[in-house]
Design a protein around this ligand. Structure first.
Ligand code: PA5
Ligand code: NI
Length: 189
C-alpha cells in the first residue's frame, strides 16, 4: 500500500492566501453574461477589475479524497448587483460541500435544479453546509474582501454550464442602502 503524505498549510487569515496553492484569478471579463445590468457591466469592463481569486489544494479526482480552497471575493457592484462567484453545480451532482467564512461579509445563494433558491448570510465563523444537488454562489455584500474556505470531495468537479446560461432565480442587490434578495427578472425554469 502506497500512502499519500499528509499536508499542513496555513491560511493567511488577513489575505486568504495559501502559499504553494494553485492560484486562479477571475476578472470581470471572465463573467460576461452573468450580471443583469449589461450597460453597467460594459462600463466597468474598461478597468476589468479582479472579482475573485481562488487558492486551491487539489487531489486527483478520486472517490473518498478531499480538496480545499480559499476564495478572496472582492467588494464591488455591477449596477446594483453585488460582485459574486460564477456559481456551479457539482459535475457529480450528489457531492456536498462545506464553507467556512473567515473575513468580511457576504452570503451564499443556493439553488435546486428546479430553481428553488435559498440565501444564507455569512460572516466570520459562519459554516454553510451545501447539500448534494444544490448549485452554490457566494456574494460579497460588504466593503472589504469576503474570504472563506471551501472543503469538497475530490471527485465533485465543477459544472458551470447551467448557471452560465440561466443564472440563479434570485439576485442579491443593494437597494436603499440595504442588501435585498430579489427575483431575477430574466429567470426561466
Ligand atoms: O469549491 C467551491 O465551491 C469553491 O471553492 C468555488 O469553486 C470558488 O469559491 C469559486 O467559485 P466558482 O467555482 O463558482 O467560480
Ligand atoms: Ni462547489
Amino acid at each position: 500500500m502506497e500512502y499519500k503524505a499528509p499536508i499542513g498549510v496555513k491560511i493567511d487569515l488577513e489575505t486568504g492566501v495559501i502559499l504553494d496553492a494553485k492560484k486562479l484569478v477571475r476578472r470581470l471579463s471572465d463573467l460576461k453574461g452573468y450580471f443583469l445590468d449589461e450597460k453597467a457591466y460594459e462600463e466597468l469592463l474598461k478597468d476589468d477589475p479582479v472579482v475573485y481569486e481562488v487558492y486551491a489544494i487539489e487531489q486527483e479526482e478520486k472517490d473518498g479524497d478531499l480538496n480545499f480552497a480559499t476564495t478572496v471575493l472582492y467588494p464591488g457592484k455591477v449596477g446594483n448587483e453585488f460582485f459574486f462567484t460564477k456559481g456551479h453545480y457539482h459535475s457529480k451532482a450528489d457531492r456536498a460541500e462545506i464553507y467556512y467564512a473567515i473575513k468580511g461579509r457576504g452570503g451564499m445563494l443556493l439553488q435546486t435544479p428546479e430553481g428553488k433558491a435559498e440565501w444564507i448570510p455569512m460572516e466570520p465563523g459562519t459554516v454553510v453546509y451545501v447539500p448534494p444537488y444544490w448549485a452554490h454562489r457566494t456574494v460579497n455584500t460588504g466593503d472589504e474582501p469576503f474570504i472563506f474556505l471551501a472543503i469538497y470531495p475530490a471527485d465533485a468537479g465543477h459544472d458551470y454550464g447551467s448557471i452560465k446560461g440561466k443564472g440563479f432565480s434570485k439576485l442579491v442587490v443593494e437597494a436603499d442602502g440595504d442588501v435585498k434578495v430579489i427575483d431575477n427578472p430574466k429567470w426561466k425554469v
